[in-house]
Design a protein. Structure first.
Length: 413
């Protein structure tokens, strides 16, 4: 698929390129024009009074495990899509290599009011085979697909309200995000847990810190392409984030820029993914908040970027099935499993992070960011559609991207 200069094309030309690549058809064009009806929206959320839309874009230049991919993204920030496309382009022709673990989610059952927490935990573990069988019966469909409850374990935590027994139910949720299945199993087991422990079950809920459900991505940026100085700058930037939480927070926000945009395009829960990844940044550092992506040099002196994240996404159920654009996104991605989607999101995050660090460590982030932002500034200043690009180009040339300057340019035309 010829995506060179994709950002310079008109909307119609971009659509035609994707259609020629077999990713869009006439029915898809209709969805792009009228993505979500008010009637559908009213069934998706509470108290609906309208629709709030954001740009639906695609990032290009991605090659993942040897296959070319077009990545749908929903975001209001143009630099996010540009950074992802640029970061992916610069690690071609090899692209990204990915893998993932099984889609295991954790369900937690909180037991309080125990006379002896240690004894209660022992009794639960004695009965765990029976409890797992009970959980299996709650979702036989999931079991038929190869998923279902896999393990039951527990721990005791000390709190201001006394000792609490926390039981962890590990469930393979296959191609679902898994919240509903896991929550249902936990609630189903609660009465029996109370009988076994002689305690009171309070919370029965999934944990979004899916440390057993990991997606991994790796890419190599060659020194001949990005330059030795850029590599050294990126390594310095990485060490800054690895040793300063204030920088690490912004570093990881940049990673989530891309992941959240692609996640939203597929109708998945961006809040759950963001909570999981930021929590994982501390969990893997044993309390120290770390950058989510790591960088090093290989023997050839090329830059190696690697990232491992807990990404719990689904391709069945929820908005992924009810929102027409979410379905179209999955079609464009050409995936068959939730694990594939998780791996793609990990690649997008790594591409965004690399592009941001490269810009920060060399020319600075503002030049490219403000050039892309200039069109929004021109619109805010009241530029008519036919004048937006002209005003934006002039401000970018002057390196003076401000609403006041946009108005001055408009007055002079």
């Amino acid at each position: 698929m010829k995506t060179v200069g994709f950002y310079k094309k008109t909307i119609g030309e971009r659509r035609r390129i994707l259609a020629e690549g077999g990713l869009l058809n006439d029915a898809d064009f209709c969805i792009l024009e009228n993505s979500l009806s008010l009637q559908t929206a009213d069934k998706m959320a509470e108290n609906v009074i309208g629709l709030f839309q954001l740009p639906y874009s695609v990032a290009v230049n991605f090659k993942i495990n040897g296959k070319e991919k077009i990545i749908p993204m929903v975001t209001e920030e143009p630099s996010v899509v540009a950074a992802a496309s640029n970061g992916a382009k610069l690690c071609l022709p090899e692209g990204f290599a990915t893998s993932s673990t099984a889609p295991i989610m954790i369900g937690q059952i909180q037991v309080v009011g125990l006379k002896n927490a240690n004894s209660a935990l022992r009794e639960v573990l004695k009965n765990k085979k029976r409890l797992l069988e009970m959980a299996v019966g709650k979702d036989s469909t999931l079991v038929k697909l190869g998923g279902g409850p896999k393990k039951l374990d527990g721990k005791i935590i000390k709190t201001k309200r006394g000792k609490m027994l926390i039981l962890d139910l590990l469930v393979d949720v296959r191609d679902a995000m898994g919240a509903n299945a896991v929550n249902s199993m936990c609630e189903h087991l609660a009465p029996e847990i109370e009988k076994i422990t002689d305690g009171k079950v309070r919370l029965r809920i999934l944990s979004n810190l899916a440390v057993h459900r990991l997606a991994k991505a790796k890419a190599v940026w060659k020194k001949e392409i990005i330059g030795k100085d850029a590599i050294e700058g990126i390594l310095d930037a990485y060490e800054f984030a690895a040793n300063d939480q204030f920088r690490a927070t912004t570093n990881n926000k940049g990673i989530m820029n891309g992941i959240s945009a692609a996640c939203l395009a597929t109708g998945n829960d961006t809040r759950a993914i963001e909570a999981a990844c930021h929590s994982y940044a501390s969990w893997k550092g044993k309390g120290k908040y770390l950058p989510l992506a790591a960088y090093s040099k290989n023997k050839k002196g090329d830059l190696v970027g690697e990232m491992q994240l807990p990404i719990a996404v689904g391709i069945v159920g929820g908005a992924t099935k009810t929102h027409p654009l979410a379905q179209l996104s999955l079609k464009i991605l050409g995936i068959k499993t939730a694990q594939e989607l998780a791996q793609i999101l990990c690649c997008v995050g790594l591409a965004n992070n690399f592009a941001a660090l490269r810009a920060l460590a060399t020319e600075g982030i503002q030049r490219g960011h403000m050039e892309l932002h200039a069109r929004n500034v021109a619109i805010a200043a009241g530029a008519a559609w036919e004048m937006v690009d002209k005003v934006a180009a002039q401000m970018a040339k002057e390196k003076n991207v401000r609403v006041e300057r946009a108005r001055e340019i408009l007055k002079g035309n």
